[in-house]
Design a protein around this ligand. Structure first.
Ligand SMILES: Nc1ncnc2c1ncn2[C@@H]1O[C@H](COP(=O)(O)OP(=O)(O)OP(=O)(O)O)[C@@H](O)[C@H]1O
Ligand SMILES: [Mg+2]
Length: 242
């Protein structure tokens, strides 16, 4: 049996965080608290800083100024956080082998690999495709495999960068169902999307970004019915934020 430390990742707190590359400010004095509960959905136009925000909150990059803490610590290990990038890259092996690799990387004992592989494939609806070369799976199947691979870490927090971009409606629905399942298991989902409908369907709370800033943070119901800012009301009514 593996002993897991108590919840160490939440809340994730970003305090006055900026991210500057050369002299370009990509994130500008962000304050954000990510707490347990329904998914937090980050929305905003191209280039707003959504991916950069997820990478910072995951701990892949460090802020130029300000600080990020996980459960109050600046040095919380990332072993119970996982991120799925917009275009996940699979190993040139079977779907199962990709999951075994992820389980080994997460220090899951090899005696548990077969049962965990079965469980993860079933969870993401790929039980019959485990032997297929991962890179030959369809876009939607690869996205679900990428989710399974991230879940191999048994994460407390799962970051998803545009998990349904470029998927058709049926594949989008199966990924969204999976995200709901994951959230129902108590995993904190923090995801970005361009798709307002997706934000409505999944979000517990919404973070609207524009030009490197957080314009509005609100619970989803209030965000869509009674936005606080003119940017949010424009965004919600389908006007372009440029
Ligand atoms: N390491 C970097 N060096 C230079 N510029 C960067 C770097 N990372 C991000 N940027 C720039 O910062 C801005 C925000 O990028 P980011 O990828 O976070 O936006 P986004 O909201 O995810 O956009 P999209 O919706 O297109 O995915 C963009 O203009 C991008 O080119
Ligand atoms: Mg992005």
């Amino acid at each position: 049996m593996t002993m897991r430390p108590p919840l160490t990742n939440l809340p994730i707190l970003l305090e006055d965080v900026s991210f500057v590359v050369r002299d370009v400010t990509i994130l500008d004095r962000i304050d954000l608290m990510l707490t347990p509960g329904a998914p937090t959905v980050v929305i905003g136009p191209n280039g707003a800083g959504k991916t950069t925000l997820l990478r910072l909150a995951m701990g892949l990059i460090r802020p130029t100024s300000g600080r990020v803490t996980w459960g109050g610590r600046t040095d919380a290990p990332a072993d119970r956080r996982a991120i799925v990038f917009q275009r996940p890259v699979m190993l040139r092996r079977s779907a199962e082998a990709n999951l075994r690799y992820a389980l080994a990387a997460a220090d899951v004992p090899s005696t548990e690999h077969e049962s965990r592989v079965r469980e993860l494939l079933a969870l993401v609806g790929l039980a019959s495709l485990g032997g297929r070369p991962a890179r030959k799976l369809s876009g939607g199947e690869q996205q679900r495999l990428a989710l399974a691979r991230a879940l191999a870490k048994d994460p407390q927090v799962l970051f998803l960068d545009e998990p349904t971009a470029s998927l058709d409606p049926a594949a989008t629905q199966s990924v969204e169902d999976l995200i709901r399942d994951v959230a129902a298991r108590g995993i904190k989902v923090v995801m970005s999307t361009h798709d307002l409908g997706e934000a409505r369907r999944l979000a517990g709370d919404v973070v609207l970004m524009h030009r490197g800033r957080i314009v509005e943070t609100n619970n989803a119901t209030a965000f869509f019915s009674n936005p606080k800012t003119s940017e949010a009301s424009r965004f919600v009514t389908g006007q372009l934020l440029v």
